[in-house]
Write a protein that binds this ligand. Structure first.
Ligand SMILES: [Zn+2]
Length: 110
């Protein structure tokens, strides 16, 4: 029993290979014995799972990249693809504009 460990688990995006917090990634899974990949946001389905970023960029690459196509994209069901698009749409709709607060730099006369 591992207790007291509260460290954030990082997962790797299959497409861009960036390590990210689980919440920033979308989990997909190929259930054991199945040939098609389905969404599995809560991680409840056991099988060969993988993650991709919640970014149109990574989703597009997943569908276009030759290597990824062979491994993943051809196995995505139309429902899965639609679901992924929805994730992106809902995500971008909620995205608040974050303006970086510029730190007041002291301009010094040299
Ligand atoms: Zn990515």
């Amino acid at each position: 029993m591992a207790s007291g460990s509260t460290r954030v688990i990082k997962r790797m995006c299959t497409v861009c290979r960036a390590l990210k917090d689980r919440t920033e990634l979308i989990r997909l899974v190929k259930p054991t014995g199945a040939v098609q990949i389905i969404p599995n946001p809560d991680g409840s389905i056991s099988g060969k799972g993988f993650y991709i970023c919640r970014q149109a960029d990574c989703l597009n690459k997943l569908q276009k990249d030759k290597r990824l196509r062979k491994n993943f994209s051809t196995k995505l069901t139309p429902e899965t693809t639609a679901w992924l698009q929805e994730q992106l749409n809902s995500e971008s709709a909620e995205t608040a504009e974050i303006s970086p607060t510029s730190c007041d730099e002291e301009v010094k006369d040299l």
